[in-house]
Design a protein around this ligand. Sequence first.
Ligand code: GDP
Ligand code: IMO
Ligand code: MG
Length: 423
Amino acid sequence: MPATVVVGAQWGDEGKGKITDHMAESADFVVRYQGGNNAGHTIVVEDERFALTLIPSGVLNDTVTPVIGNGCVIDPAVLLEEMATLKSRGIDPSGVRISNNAHLIMPYHRRLDAVMERFLGRQQIGTTKRGIGPAYTDKFARSGIRVQDLFDPKIFRQKLEVALREKNLMLTKAYNQLPMEPGTIADEYLEMAEQIKPYVTDTSLLIWNALRADKNVLFEGAQGTLLDIDHGTYPFVTSSNPTAGGVGAGIGIGPMEIGRVVGVAKAYISRVGSGPFPTELDDKIGERMVEIGGEFGTVTGRRRRCGWLDTVALRYAVRINGISEIAFTKLDVLSHFDSLKIAVGYRSHEATYDEFPRQQRVLYDCEPIYQEVPGWSEDITAIRNYEDLPKNARDYVELVEDLVGVPIATVSVGPARSATILK
Ligand code: GDP
Ligand code: IMO
Ligand code: MG
């Protein structure tokens, strides 16, 4: 059975956690392939709200094996804490499997993330300060420390010492910070190693065998297409490939194993952190989206910037990921607006654009070209059949389908697992 990928089609926080949790009802494995605890996935099951940052959203289904692949960066303290929290709330996380090849987020990564952002001042990216960027930097500089190193204390201490020699120079000389102590960090990490050991495995082999056994494997992207290190609004991006192309490298399978790519898009759009945002609304309408949509970050609590749906960006996401269907979330948040706008192009003083501009400057300078459509006044949160949606809501959904060229297979009208319409 070919695998399915769930990918964020915007700047993150599209509702991937909710959609993954819903789809996980029929999955055997739910796999994270990139990112770390910069993700914040909120899932509501009946009246209970869960916020996951590292453990895959499938964990709330007891038939699912949650897997954290080699493409992820793991803060072991966060992993253990998240597992403990789940356990205290009656969820058994003991089935979690972690790649031996995933890189570790170390305390100096977190420290560097914070001080480097401060150093950038007004140019800052607005990271989650979880150490994500510095951990991936070390991975690519070949000075990272991997999960498997935890089980070879001598090698672990050696690698840590070498790494800290350089990091301490950076911390003290460039950023005016106190140096960090290798012994303390090693003791702390090696103690956690014992607790993590039962969950560590060759996740590539695990998923290979699952696919051979015709199991249902769901890949859960964190962040979103426009935060992709290669295809996003660089440098205001994360340090991994959240796009569907990241799956192969992030777990270790070939591209032929994937049969379906579900792009999750909000019925409007949001972004948290810095960077260009053509349809951003600095007015009462944007304010209303924040309030009704509860647009505050799951991880950092920051207020998310909101704006009208951007189908130029959404068509770009369809292309970059090979999205075969869209899960359209938070349609309920758009109730009670007299009219709604959808960006169908951009206009700058030089040209008009119907494709995502290759020169990023355009995203700052352009005006969106909007198509305006009538809104609806009904509360739609209790609706479960597509035909029962108000005509204007259906017209909105179908216009987006026409504009982006792929079907909207799922419409979400509330945070709860059950508030889902299969079209
Ligand atoms: P993710 O990072 O893509 O998983 O998204 P987040 O969990 O960070 O943000 C989405 C927020 O919207 C969460 O608080 C969800 O509970 C909530 N949510 C998801 N789908 C819907 C929906 O259809 N309607 C409403 N009102 N809220 C939703
Ligand atoms: P989920 O999975 C929204 C943003 C940060 C910052 C940039 C880089 O919940 O959709 P990082 O800490 O990754 O180096 O920060 O990326 N960012 C997210 N924005 N949702 C996320 O995850 C994000 N993860 C990172 O705000 O702008
Ligand atoms: Mg989120």
